[in-house]
Every structure is written in structure tokens, then in C-alpha cells.
Design a protein around this ligand. Structure first.
Ligand code: M6P
Ligand code: ZN
Length: 187
């Protein structure tokens, strides 16, 4: 239901949580298993358990005339094989929809890819704000030993296209070599 009066949230930047929070979406390994490069390690882990990779907290600021939304994502530290924990990654279904991402805590990369030849890996740490233009797929990778927290601001009507990312993949992966992140080109 639309709400046409101001709403404020109480945000805990250390934890990456806010109150009130109407929706929490957990993403376990099984929810993004096809996104990781080392499929035999994925299968091996899934035989034993299904680790929580990240969590998204959504707040839809729907009014009668607008559909802005906020999402706070907490990516846990870790790797699958030698690939750092990351978001599934998506492109917006609507071609006129940008997004603003703000890294609140942690370190890693924001990967941006048109999936048509243009790619950027933005080194990310607390305090970096990035504008994601329309038509650029986006994925966040946690390369630190601690929680990575970021805020996304977008329109609900933008829509999430995960299939195109699963089909084409990002141009580079972020892999751990002796604990240090390396960008590795995909073929
Ligand atoms: C940001 C926003 C959300 C998105 C979330 C996790 O908070 O872009 O819309 O759901 O990141 O990313 P993904 O949907 O790719 O798992
Ligand atoms: Zn988005």
C-alpha cells in the first residue's frame, strides 16, 4: 500500500541492519550456485551444508506517484574454491533505470559490465558511492576478512534480470591468490 508521508529508518552501519525492516532475503550458496566458477567445489560444499553468502534487507518507499526503494546488503567474508563471496548480480529489466550504490563497511569490488564489451571493476571500501548507469549489470564482491555492507537505491519497477548474467557472465572474476584479490579475465 502506498504511503504518502515521510518515512525514516534507524540504520546500524556496523551491522548493516535497519528498523523497521519489512523484508529480509537470505541468499545461500544454492541460490547462486551457477555463478561461481569452481562447480566441483560448489557441489562438494552443497553435499554437506548450504552456507549463507549474503542477506538483503529491503524497504519499499512506495507512494501513490513513486516507487523508490532501499536495499541494504550484508555480504559475509569467505570463498567458494578460490572465488570470493559475491552477490548474484543483475541487470535491470527496464533500460532507463540506474541505481546508486554506497559502500558503508568493508572492502572489495563493484563489478560493472554492459555484457556487451564494456567492463569496470571499481575498488570498493567504506565511503565510496557509485552511480550505476542504466544497462550496466552490477555485482559486489567481498574481498575482506570481515562483513561488507552496502546500500542500493533504485526504483522497484527497474526489475532484476538474473538470467542474462547467468548466461553471459561478467568479463572478470575476483579470485583469491594467497589471500589477495586478483581480477581474472573470463573466456
Ligand atoms: C542491492 C540492490 C538490490 C539487490 C541487492 C543484491 O541492494 O541492487 O536490488 O537485490 O543489491 O543483489 P542481487 O539481487 O544481485 O543478489
Ligand atoms: Zn540493481
Amino acid at each position: 500500500t502506498p504511503i504518502d508521508y515521510p518515512i525514516s529508518l534507524d540504520f546500524d552501519a556496523e551491522n548493516g541492519t535497519f528498523e523497521p525492516c519489512p523484508q529480509v532475503t537470505p541468499r545461500h550458496l544454492s541460490d547462486l550456485k551457477e555463478m561461481f566458477s569452481d562447480q566441483s567445489t560448489v557441489a562438494q560444499i552443497l553435499r554437506e551444508n548450504d552456507p549463507l553468502i549474503y542477506e538483503i534487507r529491503y524497504y519499499p518507499f512506495t507512494t501513490t506517484k513513486s516507487d523508490m526503494a532501499l536495499a541494504v546488503t550484508r555480504i559475509f567474508p569467505g570463498t567458494i574454491g578460490n572465488e570470493f563471496y559475491m552477490t548474484k548480480g543483475h541487470k535491470h529489466q527496464r533500460e532507463d533505470q540506474p541505481e546508486v550504490y554506497y559502500c558503508v563497511r568493508g572492502e572489495g569490488f563493484l563489478l560493472l559490465d554492459t555484457l556487451e564489451g564494456e567492463f569496470r571493476a571499481i575498488p570498493w571500501r567504506a565511503g565510496v558511492i557509485t552511480h550505476i548507469p542504466p544497462m550496466w549489470a552490477h555485482r559486489v564482491v567481498n574481498t575482506g576478512n570481515d562483513l561488507l555492507v552496502f546500500i542500493g537505491v533504485f526504483h522497484l519497477s527497474a526489475g532484476h534480470d538474473y538470467d542474462i548474467v547467468a548466461r553471459k557472465g561478467f568479463a572478470y572474476r575476483v579470485l583469491s591468490r594467497n589471500g589477495k584479490p586478483e581480477l581474472i579475465k573470463q573466456d
